[in-house]
Structures are given as structure tokens and as C-alpha cells.
Design a protein around this ligand. Structure first.
Ligand code: COA
Length: 376
């Protein structure tokens, strides 16, 4: 590689966006100019989705109208339910999200880009149902209703998952987590969505591209992998023994999931917010306190040993765990939220489109003569 090409497109601006930025210092995340701390504390996910899609915070009437619209389109077509029922129980739920999105795209295809706002609403409304319908059916054969009557997506999801209304605390925690996951500039999955939509492909294909890209453990899959790490460390009994194992893992040059970041170099501004939620929920719901103490030990050790900090995915893992959410559903929740950011980027790409087609630095053979098969 040339000196300029550092790999992974790090540090290179590959397009323009007005949706969000990690800030010039690389740790001041804003959505449409509003700080992530304020949004996570003061706004609901629906307000944030509206902000990302329409570029402004909704007033009360606009928010009520938007929430009403989302609430009215939660049903899943019978043909989609039939497909979900056929997906094996041991399938990774991210594959369910990808398949559900694709199937919906065959039943309600985008025939005109003018439908893009309606399709975004539909996907935001349908994804929680797609996930929970499959999850509950594959687990115990229950065909749940996706008509919960819940006022927002956070409550709707938790109600379908657990079969009962969530407590206010759980609903608030879920809401904050959806706000934190909603958008993140030119991250891998968003960039992938933009590449797909820049070919003038349809909306569902672009979102499916995002889901496939988010699935990997270096990106969205890290929240699930971080939980696996905590469970692994917990197997060593005491916090002290867990710390020894963590040091061994570092000595073996293993990646510690939920740490480090491609853009942030000193901290992830979303991490303190989700850490606070994990702390609030620790020992409160689901599991005893020890996963929180374990997480704090991992955070301190990673900083002392490697100067690496937790990203959003690290404390999201214990937070969701304390909420009683099955680990395999962690990354699909990311999809439920990030669809808002992906959609805003797809719309922005379409509004000023240019096919994304970079050059490659060729490292292969020089041009050579063709060799016929009998002479090889
Ligand atoms: N655990 C252990 N070491 C890590 C690490 C981690 N989570 N993240 C980075 N490092 C190390 C790298 O091994 C590298 O060490 P080296 O210079 O000795 O080779 C150094 O820190 C620089 O990291 P690098 O891989 O160049 O950073 P990157 O920008 O390419 O990678 C991530 C960013 C996110 C891919 C990387 O930090 C990672 O894999 N994290 C774990 C997965 C994760 O949490 N992803 C979610 C991101 S929001």
C-alpha cells in the first residue's frame, strides 16, 4: 500500500453529510447539531427519528402525528408471518431481520422514490414485530399479536418480547439505548447503505445491505460479543481471577469486544450514558450486580493496560442483560434503531446522488499472455 493508503479508509472524508458528525475533535457526537448527551437524556426515540429524517425536532402536534402514524402500521402481512415461521429456531436473529426486510420488500415493494418516507416508517414499525414474532414462535410456538397498543417503539418491543407491559424504568432504558444507537455518521453499515443506494437500488435493498454489514462483531455484533466476553470472564469466579484471564487474553493478543473505535481516539461520548443506565439497572432487574462490577474491572484494566476505552457496545451488553433481553437479540435491537439513521443517509444520498466507485491500488500480476489449457 502507498503511504497515503492507510487501509480501511481511515481518516478520509469520502462524502458529505448533514445528518450527524462525531465532531472535529472526534468525540463530540451530534445528530443534526444536537448533542448526544442531551438527546439521550431529554428526547424520545421517536423525536430523534423525526429529527434525523426531517432535519428538525418535532413540535408536540408533529410528534403526536408521527407516533400515531408509526403505531398504525405495526401489522405484519400473513405472507411475512408464514416466512418467519419457516425460519429455523437456531438461526441468528440478525438473519431474521435481513430476511424479514427482504420479504417485506417483495410484498410492499418500492416502485417510486417518493415512497421513501412511508417505507422508512413501515420498517421502523415492523422490525420489532418481525423480531419478536419469529423469536416467540420459534421458541414456544406462540403466534404473538403485533398490535400491543404501546405508545412508543421501546414499550412496543418489550411488551411483545415479554408478553407484558414493561416497567417505566425498563421502557426508559430501552428508549435511551435506541437514541444512542440511532445514528453515527459514516460508520460501516451506513456507508454500505449509501453505496447500495447510490446505484439507485431500492430502499429495502439498501437497508438489507446495512443489516448484513452491521452483523459483524467488529461493528454492531460487538454488543453480543461483549456479553460473551463477560460470561467467559464470569466463569473464572472472582473478579481477581477474571482480571488475570483478561490479562492473559491481552497477552494472547485477543480482541476485547466493546473496546476501541475506528474514529474515537480518547473516548466514546455514548459510553458514559449507557454505563449510567447499566449501573441503574444492575441488580435491579434480571441479574445480580456482579456483571456490572466485572464490566468496571474490564474497563479499568483495558485503560491501564492498553489505553483503550469502552465503546457504546460494551455497557450496552450488561444493560440489555440486566433488562432480561436474550443476548442474541442485542444486535437486532441496534437494527430497530439504526434504521432511522440509515434511512436519513439513503435519502441524503439520493437527493444528491453520484455512483460511489473508488479506485483500487492494484497489487497483482503485470499484464501477461494468455496460456491455453493444454500448456498450463
Ligand atoms: N482489544 C484489543 N486490542 C485492540 C482493540 C480491542 N478491542 N481495539 C484495538 N486494539 C489494538 C489493536 O490490536 C491495535 O494494536 P497494534 O497496534 O498492536 O496492532 C491497536 O489497538 C489499534 O487498533 P486498530 O485495530 O488499528 O484500530 P481500528 O481503528 O482498526 O479498529 C475497531 C477499530 C473498532 C475495529 C477495533 O477497536 C476493534 O476491533 N474493537 C473491538 C470490536 C468492537 O468493539 N467494535 C465496535 C465498534 S463501535
Amino acid at each position: 500500500m502507498s503511504e497515503k493508503n492507510t487501509g480501511g479508509l481511515r481518516g478520509q472524508a469520502v462524502g458529505q453529510t448533514s445528518v450527524s458528525t462525531v465532531g472535529a475533535e472526534g468525540h463530540n457526537l451530534t445528530y443534526r447539531g444536537y448533542g448526544i448527551g442531551d438527546l439521550a437524556e431529554k428526547a424520545t426515540f421517536e423525536e430523534v427519528a423525526y429529527l434525523l429524517l426531517y432535519g428538525k425536532l418535532p413540535n408536540q402536534a408533529e410528534l403526536d402525528g408521527y407516533k400515531g402514524r408509526l403505531k398504525g402500521i405495526r401489522d405484519l402481512p400473513d405472507a411475512l408471518k408464514a416466512v418467519l415461521e419457516k425460519i429455523p429456531a437456531n438461526t441468528h436473529p440478525m438473519d431474521v431481520m435481513r430476511t424479514g426486510c427482504s420479504m417485506l420488500g417483495t410484498l410492499e415493494p418500492e416502485t417510486d422514490f417518493g415512497q421513501q418516507y412511508d417505507i422508512t416508517d413501515r420498517l421502523l414499525s415492523a422490525f420489532p414485530g418481525i423480531l419478536c414474532y419469529w423469536y416467540r414462535f420459534s421458541k414456544d410456538g406462540t403466534r404473538i399479536s403485533t398490535d400491543t397498543g404501546a405508545d412508543d417503539i421501546a414499550g412496543h418491543f418489550l411488551q411483545m418480547l415479554n408478553g407484558k407491559k414493561p416497567s417505566e424504568l425498563l421502557q426508559k432504558a430501552m428508549n435511551a439505548s435506541l437514541v444512542l444507537y440511532a445514528e453515527h455518521e459514516f460508520n460501516a453499515s451506513t456507508f454500505a447503505c449509501r453505496v447500495c443506494s447510490a446505484t439507485l437500488s431500492d430502499f429495502y435493498s439498501s437497508i438489507t445491505t446495512g443489516i448484513g454489514t452491521l452483523r459483524g462483531p467488529l461493528h454492531g455484533g460487538a454488543n453480543e460479543a461483549a456479553m460473551a466476553l463477560l460470561e467467559h470472564l464470569d466463569g473464572f469466579g472472582s473478579i481477581d481471577n477474571a482480571r488475570k484471564e483478561l490479562l492473559n487474553m491481552l497477552a494472547r493478543k485477543e480482541k476485547i469486544m466493546g473496546f476501541g473505535h475506528a474514529v474515537y481516539k480518547i473516548s466514546d461520548p455514548r459510553s458514559p450514558v449507557i454505563k449510567e443506565w447499566a449501573k441503574n439497572l444492575a441488580g435491579h432487574v434480571g441479574d445480580p450486580k456482579r456483571y456490572y462490577e466485572l464490566s468496571e474491572m474490564v474497563e479499568k484494566t483495558m485503560w491501564d493496560e492498553k489505553k483503550l476505552f469502552p465503546n457504546l457496545d460494551f455497557y450496552s451488553a450488561s444493560c440489555y442483560h440486566f433488562m432480561g433481553i436474550p443476548t442474541a437479540l442485542f444486535t437486532p435491537i441496534f437494527v430497530m434503531s439504526r434504521t432511522s439513521g440509515w434511512a436519513a443517509h439513503i435519502m441524503e444520498q439520493r437527493a444528491n446522488n453520484k455512483l460511489i466507485r473508488p479506485n483500487a491500488e492494484y497489487t497483482g500480476e503485470k499484464a501477461r499472455a494468455f496460456v491455453s489449457i493444454e500448456n498450463r
